[in-house]
Design a protein around this ligand. Structure first.
Ligand SMILES: [Zn+2]
Length: 346
């Protein structure tokens, strides 16, 4: 999350120049909707259509960006502390947006949104955070227990990304580009028998054989096509019912697309034994619900080596939470960013 203004005071301690507490403004910005609230937790939420490429394919990227700055500048109260959850990869140190196809189209150069917001409304303290980071803060607030050391949130949706927070030190580590956990763009191992049928699938980033190539929402469609499933274009609608009916093609698709996600979880726990809690959400995980959870758990229960002895239901029950639709809210999470500053550091 960016510390765009000089101050890094916790959000609740912020004061205006006149000494009055600053109003809290929060927004969750996606390709379809922008949700906004003024006044902190429990305040009414206003939802407006996003000025995005998705909704306005005819508008230029420059126009869409200007529309976004105008929308936020219009709504934010004078002297407010604004916390924005943004549906794109963001440099959490500067507020630069690296790219968001649903908002501004595919061929993006990095855009310093924070700078434009600051120019437009210099009276406001702007904090920008990626929506997965915001979701993690909400998930951690609800699910972490006393003694939880590190907590992660993994979203399996139109894209795939992970964030980890260190609760003991109140830190969210990022790299020198202000990023953490963009795991959807890691090369995926195809180790299941017959999984090589999925080799070479493209990713939204332009590469092939990434985790998101086959395990994201669009990835499921690509994998279904490769497997010759007739309903591939409507896989999100078809798959849950087909799994209920024990359709062998649906079962195979689920197995192949859940395998690399389970592999990622194994790797996380191997590298960080103090990762005490992981939440999994996003449209794919939520849409396939119990089938997805059962497949991930089945894979994690299997021992693969002395270093990975398999994990039983009790162990997983303490550490792995499959979130339902609406259970994790980036708008609620982003209101907590003040608690985490200045712990977002390389
Ligand atoms: Zn990729």
């Amino acid at each position: 999350m960016s510390t765009v203004a000089a101050s890094q005071d916790p959000i609740e301690d912020h004061r205006t120049a006149a000494g009055a507490p600053a109003t809290t403004f929060a927004a969750d910005i996606g390709g379809t909707w922008v949700r906004m609230s003024t006044g902190g937790p429990g305040a009414p939420v206003e939802r407006v259509p996003s000025p995005s490429r998705l909704r306005h394919p005819d508008r230029s990227t420059a126009r869409l960006r200007a529309d976004m700055v105008e929308l936020l500048s219009d709504r934010v109260p004078t002297g407010a502390r604004a916390a924005l959850s943004f549906g794109a990869a963001i440099d959490h140190l500067t507020g630069t947006v690296y790219g968001s196809a649903p908002l501004w189209g595919a061929a993006d150069t990095p855009y310093d949104l924070a700078a434009d917001l600051r120019r437009s409304r210099p009276d406001v303290t702007w904090h920008l955070v990626n929506d997965v980071t915001a979701a993690l803060l909400d998930f951690a607030a609800v699910h972490a227990r006393p003694g939880t050391r590190r907590v992660a949130y993994l979203t399996v949706s139109s894209g795939i990304a992970l964030r980890i927070a260190d609760l003991e030190r109140t830190r969210i580590p990022v790299d020198t580009w202000g990023l953490q956990g963009e795991v959807g763009h890691l090369t995926v191992p195809l180790t299941d028998p017959g999984a090589e049928v999925l080799a070479g699938l493209p990713c939204e980033c332009g590469a092939t054989d990434h985790l998101a190539s086959l395990a994201s929402g669009p990835g499921l469609v690509r994998a279904a096509r490769r497997l010759g499933i007739p309903r591939a274009p409507q896989v999100a609608d078809w798959l849950p019912g087909a799994l209920d009916a024990n359709d062998p093609g649906a079962r195979r698709l689920l197995e192949l697309c859940a395998a690399p996600v389970a592999h990622l979880l194994r790797t996380l726990w191997c590298l960080d034994p103090h990762l005490d809690l992981i939440g999994i959400g996003g449209g794919v995980a939520e849409g396939l619900a119990g089938h997805y959870a059962a497949e991930i758990r089945r894979r994690l229960a299997t021992a693969t080596s002395y270093a990975d002895r398999g994990r039983d239901d009790a162990w997983l029950g303490d550490r792995l939470v499959f979130c339902g639709p609406g259970q994790v809210d980036p708008l609620s999470g982003v209101l907590r960013i003040g608690d985490w500053l200045p712990g977002v550091t390389p």
